[in-house]
Design a protein around this ligand. Sequence first.
Ligand code: ADP
Ligand code: MG
Length: 196
Amino acid sequence: MQVNTQNQKNILRRDILKRRSELSNKEKELKSRKIFNRLLGLNEIKNSKNICIYVSKSDEVDTICLIEHLISMGKAVYAPKSDKNSNKMTFFRMHSLTDLKVGAFSVLEPSEKNEKYIYSDKNDICIVPALCFDRQGYRLGYGKGYYDRFLKNFNGIKIGICFNEFIKEALPIFNTDIAVDMIISDDKKYCCKGGK
Ligand code: ADP
Ligand code: MG
């Protein structure tokens, strides 16, 4: 059963990676800007002090402007550092984009010398990337389960961001998959309540 699901997930991953790479830079920029605007309008963002957010690369929803903006708003912003041995992520504080250095998977990562994020407040936010979300908030990642491991112990609000064309009705899932509470796309906001 798990093998079947894994196969289905892998087929979907390949399809979405291909379709996502076919979007033009202009389209990605425009869609990312819409997601940025919708996110900044959320009360959940306004009420938060700590925000965990990935640093985007290539075809992903762009988070660079968003990170700069959140820092300028006075939010404590944390970015992930991935450990390829344990498939676990730890988030460290970033004070500016110049704090970052290329790390695992060629992603820009903060220094381990910076303050480590520890689960603290129910108003904390984690901005969650995905290749694809379903309407219950379940996600398809790159296939290593990094976010499932991190979100298992995260007590705050999980906000997925995704281009609208990659949101599906339902995804094949494992019992280790963690759903987000809402998804912000370039088209709308989906309330998911973490799959409940
Ligand atoms: P992704 O979430 O990146 O799309 P998957 O959900 O397919 O990837 O998970 C990849 C692997 O990680 C699976 O074998 C899954 O069982 C494992 N995994 C996910 N979360 C956990 C966890 N909390 N503890 C142990 N293994 C996990
Ligand atoms: Mg998963």
